[in-house]
Design a protein around this ligand. Structure first.
Ligand SMILES: [Zn+2]
Length: 86
């Protein structure tokens, strides 16, 4: 059984507000702060994970992009040698 902290009226176990004075019912067995905490921490984790993914995506793109650039430079170098010699 629970009672209103403001007016002392007996409250229903499922009631979220006092029927008489509309004071919000706080149930210590179901703390609202604990419900909010995982949502907050998971949101922060998600953001950091996204940054990590972006970083690794950029790193992978750079590593993948290096060989074609090197090949292009070698090709350009060979073409210049041929052009200068020829
Ligand atoms: Zn009340």
């Amino acid at each position: 059984m629970s009672y209103c902290v403001n007016c002392g009226v007996e409250l229903d176990s499922t009631a979220k507000k006092c029927a008489l004075c509309e004071t919000p019912v706080i149930n210590p067995n179901i703390p609202e702060e604990v419900k909010k905490e995982p949502a907050f921490s998971s949101e922060v984790f998600e953001i950091s994970e996204g940054k990590k993914k972006k970083f690794f995506a950029a790193l992978a793109s750079t590593i993948i992009a290096i060989p074609p650039i090197v090949c292009l430079l070698i090709n350009a170098f060979i073409y210049i040698i041929i052009f200068v010699k020829g």
